[in-house]
Design a protein around this ligand. Sequence first.
Ligand SMILES: Nc1ncnc2c1ncn2[C@@H]1O[C@H](COP(=O)(O)OP(=O)(O)OP(=O)(O)O)[C@@H](O)[C@H]1O
Length: 236
Amino acid sequence: MKDHYVPSTVDSCSGGVVVFNTDYGQVYTYKQNAVSRQRVYPMHNSSINGVDDMATLQDLHDGAILHNLQLRYTQKSVYTYIGSILAAVNPYQRLSDLYDATAIERYSRHHLGEIPPHIYAIANECYRSLWKRSNNQCVLISGESGAGKTESTKMILRFLSAMSQQSVALSTAKRASSHVEEAIVESSPIMEAFGNAKTVHNNNSSRFGKFIQLHFSQHGNIQGGRITDCILCPEI
Ligand SMILES: Nc1ncnc2c1ncn2[C@@H]1O[C@H](COP(=O)(O)OP(=O)(O)OP(=O)(O)O)[C@@H](O)[C@H]1O
């Protein structure tokens, strides 16, 4: 309906009264003459079945976006594209196999959009674009407190670290192992120990923003990195 569109089915229409059953279990009853084309829209198939790229949704309103995310969430698909942007819904539980070594391997072999949306696909696109575009690449992660930004950052670092180690293994110009990848991945708990706190929104809330820079060699391995803290949140 107009204030907040919700997916519904017409249950009955008789005696001048229309009864809608929403997909979320509510029942709404309206006088038939109050149900106008401005208030009720037919749902497009893309909204009914759900899409993994919301740029292809044919219904363009908040309700369609929220419904698509909800539909995918119930199917344990927490990632959805909006073109080249990734929307992540925090599952608040470990989803088996979603982030393991097999997933890293799989996403490293596919371009963005070829297989289901994933944070690794964004990391892979970023890594490949370093050479494809011969330019620095940047991933911006934003969301409200507890949305999963810190976890997403760690996933990206994990993926890039794996790519780095792979490139070293493949490189003919072998380098002395400096364990720089491990150092970067393992820096997270140390940063969290100093800068995180329990809040009403998040048990492990970062009370500062992070600008993380990684430096890659021409061979594709991480040579070094830098973490700059910013946007300090003093209130807890
Ligand atoms: N992909 C995920 N899979 C499983 N659990 C997750 C995932 N992302 C986040 N979580 C859970 O949600 C909690 C909050 O996530 P996180 O700390 O990343 O949020 P945040 O956006 O960084 O919050 P803040 O802005 O308060 O620091 C995590 O401690 C973890 O338990």
